[in-house]
Design a protein around this ligand. Structure first.
Ligand SMILES: Nc1ncnc2c1ncn2[C@@H]1O[C@H](COP(=O)(O)OP(=O)(O)OP(=O)(O)O)[C@@H](O)[C@H]1O
Ligand SMILES: [Mg+2]
Length: 260
C-alpha cells in the first residue's frame, strides 16, 4: 500500500478536487485506489458523485470503537472512506482521539488490509491541523497543492515545516511533490509564480493544472472532469499529473518491496 497525502496551507486550492480526479485517473491506470477523507468538511463523497451529508464514516466509526472497513463504500472505480457527518460534541471527541493517538490513521489504514499494490489518497483539512498531522504521519508521499499566487507561495514555508515535522522523516522512503493548480495564463502574476517556482522549491513541481471552468462545472454535475469534459485543458493536465504521480508511486512501491 502506498499512501499519498494531499496537503496545503491555504484552503480552496483544490485538494479535494484533485483527490477525487487523481483517484479516478490512477484507477484508469489499472491501480486499486482508495480515497480517504481526513477533513470534517465531509465533501469528498460529493466530488466522487455520491449524495452529500452521509453520517457514516471514519469519524463515527472511531468514536464507536468500530473498524473502518464497514464505513467504506465502493463508488464507481474507487473505494471511498468518507469522514462522515458529526455534531460538535462528537467532532471534538474525534479530534481529541486524533491528538491523543498520533498514529490513529496509520493503524486504521493497516487494519483495513488493502491490497499490497493499492494506492491510498488522503484528502486533508487545510493548514496546520491534527488532520494534516495524521495524514503526514501515515504518508509515503506528501503531495502539496498550491495556487500560483503570493499567499500560496508564502505559505510553502509553513507547509514545508509541517512536512518536516510530521512527515515520516525517519522512514526509509518518504517523498514530497508539489502540484500548482488553477493557473490562469491571462494573469501575469500566475505566469511569474510558475516561472520562479522551480528555483524556489526543493522540487520541480510534479504537475501544473490550468484554471478551467470545466473543473467547477464537473463538480456541479458530480462527474469526474475527464468524463464531463474529455477535451478540456484541465483533463489533459490532470492526466499528466496522474502519470507523474504514478511514476512516484511505482518508485515508492519499489522501495517498499526492497525493504520487505
Ligand atoms: N483547476 C481548476 N480550475 C477551476 N476551478 C477549480 C480548479 N481546481 C479546483 N477548482 C474549484 O475550486 C474550488 C475549491 O476546490 P476544492 O474544494 O477541491 O479545494 P480544497 O483545497 O479541497 O478546499 P477546502 O480548503 O475547502 O477543503 C471548487 O469550486 C473547485 O471546483
Ligand atoms: Mg477540501
Amino acid at each position: 500500500m502506498i499512501i499519498v497525502a494531499l496537503v496545503s496551507t491555504k484552503g480552496g486550492v483544490g485538494r479535494t478536487t484533485l483527490t477525487a480526479n487523481l483517484a479516478a485517473a490512477l484507477s484508469d491506470q489499472g491501480r486499486t485506489v482508495y480515497a480517504i477523507e481526513m477533513d470534517p468538511q465531509n465533501s469528498l463523497q460529493w466530488h466522487l458523485g455520491c449524495a452529500p451529508g452521509n453520517v457514516d464514516g471514519l469519524a463515527r466509526a472511531t468514536i464507536a470503537g468500530a473498524a473502518w472497513r464497514n464505513a467504506t463504500r465502493t463508488v464507481g472505480k474507487v473505494t471511498l472512506l468518507p469522514h462522515g457527518a458529526l455534531d460538535e460534541v462528537d467532532r471534538l471527541a474525534f479530534e481529541q482521539a486524533l491528538y491523543a493517538q498520533p498514529d490513529l490513521l496509520q493503524r486504521h489504514l493497516l487494519a483495513l488490509a488493502v491490497p499490497d499494490d493499492a494506492v491510498v489518497l488522503i484528502d486533508t483539512a487545510s493548514g496546520p491541523s491534527v488532520y494534516q498531522r495524521q495524514a503526514l504521519g501515515a504518508a509515503d508521499i506528501a503531495l502539496m497543492v498550491m495556487l500560483p499566487d503570493a499567499a500560496s507561495f508564502a505559505g510553502m514555508t509553513t507547509m514545508t515545516q509541517q512536512v518536516q515535522a510530521y512527515g515520516r522523516a525517519g522512514a526509509k522512503f518518504f517523498d514530497t511533490a508539489v502540484i500548482v493548480n488553477q493557473i490562469d495564463n491571462a494573469r501575469q502574476l500566475a505566469k511569474d509564480v510558475v516561472r520562479v517556482l522551480p528555483g524556489a522549491l526543493d522540487d520541480v513541481p510534479l504537475g501544473r493544472i490550468h484554471r478551467d471552468e470545466s473543473v467547477a462545472e464537473a463538480l456541479a454535475c458530480q462527474a469526474f472532469v475527464a468524463d464531463y469534459a474529455p477535451n478540456a485543458m484541465a483533463t489533459a493536465d490532470i492526466a499528466l499529473c496522474a502519470q507523474a504521480l504514478g511514476a512516484r508511486i511505482d518508485a515508492a512501491q519499489f522501495a517498499q518491496d526492497a525493504q520487505a
